[in-house]
Design a protein around this ligand. Structure first.
Ligand code: SF4
Ligand code: SF4
Length: 371
């Protein structure tokens, strides 16, 4: 497995990381843990999870795997997270770290993230006196955390502000072959500042594998769009680790193969992609689910927004979208809905939570015209 130095700290980490957000929950926790052990055997050393991922099962799945991998604990890195709004005091922050340690069955966490900074107010909340960051510093003093890092869904110029004070060793951000034109400033700034840069959503939340045909322009000769997307992130010297949410051994094999032979994109490749990629592709729903549970009307926002991706990506007509919506409601991702797009009361809560900063209200208005 290709390794890269982690920012200016310089220790080697695997270029591919295991993201714990997309386990197949029809499988047992033991079966999913076995997938992590398989990834470790293939040379993956960076394992990222969080409380709440996969209906709150992810940290426990990792814990099962780490118990089995205990004898080589110094050969892999454990990464997890806590949100400033959930742990808004130093004491709560310490308790969250202790809870994650217990679930992960580890004595220490290598990378602990101030998680999901979507607005600067969330950063301010984490950094205020007596807040989350202070608790994390205390955990670091006790040896419970090795590195305090940050995960952010801010845009380029705001990321530059976030990293300016050098409070974090690394940063996790959503970067991929479809959105890089609009997010590169932050990646470049973090790299220049000597931070480890970890890319989440390199496959745009599964959009690339499920739209191989429409996104064929991403691929070079003899590769798929998915392989090109992995190669893009792995091939960028500014990106340290590319996180992928694996669900099968075959996916791990593919990612390892692509990483080991990753040829960086040439300027011609970048120009080719630039011709096709539009600003809209920075505005795709990644299915992250952060909007879930926020809607007073119980509208299945993520499902509606993922369906809307078809309009953004392929430019389907309104009548095609209306027909497709009907099918989704009868057989697809909207079959279990408790409310419709037209039930939206425009309270705006979902937009505050959205990691992609989508204009959900306006999109639901549009979708309502197809219902
Ligand atoms: S704006 Fe609409 S969809 Fe969003 S949380 Fe409010 S009611 Fe729900
Ligand atoms: S609408 Fe936004 S928050 Fe919800 S799943 Fe999509 S990207 Fe994530």
């Amino acid at each position: 497995m290709l390794t890269k130095p982690y920012g200016s700290l310089g220790f080697p980490v695997s270029a591919i990381g295991f993201g714990g957000m997309r386990f197949d929950l029809n499988c047992t926790d033991d079966a999913n843990a076995e997938l992590l052990c398989y990834a470790s055997d293939k040379g993956i050393t960076y394992f990222d999870t969080a409380p709440d991922y996969c209906k709150d099962r992810s940290e426990d799945i990792y814990g099962r795997a780490f118990a089995a991998m205990k004898s080589r604990r110094n050969q892999f890195y454990v990464s997890t997270k806590g949100m400033p709004e959930d742990y808004d005091t130093a004491e709560k922050s310490i308790q969250a770290v202790e809870k994650s340690l217990s679930r992960l069955k580890c004595d220490y966490i290598d990378f602990y993230h101030v998680w999901c900074i979507r607005r600067m107010e969330e950063y301010d909340l984490a950094m205020r006196p007596g807040g989350q960051y202070e608790g994390l510093l205390r955990c670091k003093e006790k040896g419970l955390i090795k590195h305090i890092v940050v995960s952010s869904h801010l845009r380029g110029p705001e990321i530059v502000k976030l990293i300016d004070k050098r409070q974090f060793d690394g940063i996790l951000m959503g970067i991929n072959i479809l959105n890089f034109l609009y997010r590169w400033e932050g990646v470049e700034a973090a790299h220049q500042a000597g931070m480890g840069v970890v890319a989440m959503n390199p496959l745009a939340g599964g959009i690339i594998p499920t739209h191989e045909k429409q996104l064929a322009f991403l691929a070079g000769p003899g590769e798929t769009a998915t392989e090109a997307a992995i190669r893009f992130c792995v091939g960028c010297p500014q990106i340290t680790v590319t996180l992928i949410g694996f669900t099968t051994r075959e996916h791990i094999d593919t990612a390892c193969r692509v990483a080991d032979s990753a040829k960086p994109f040439s300027q011609d490749d970048i120009q080719r992609i630039r011709r096709h990629v539009t600003k809209n592709m920075d505005r795709l729903c990644t299915g992250c689910g952060y909007c879930m549970g926020r809607c007073p009307k119980d509208i299945p926002i993520a499902s509606y927004m993922q369906y809307y991706n078809e309009k953004v990506l392929v430019g389907k007509t309104d009548s095609e979208m209306a027909k497709g919506l009907d099918i989704q409601k009868k057989w697809g991702i909207l079959v279990d809905r408790k409310a419709e797009a037209k039930d939206c009361v425009q309270c705006g809560r979902c937009e505050l939570a959205c990691t992609q900063h989508l204009d959900i209200v306006r999109r639901l208005e549009k979708i309502a015209t197809w219902e």
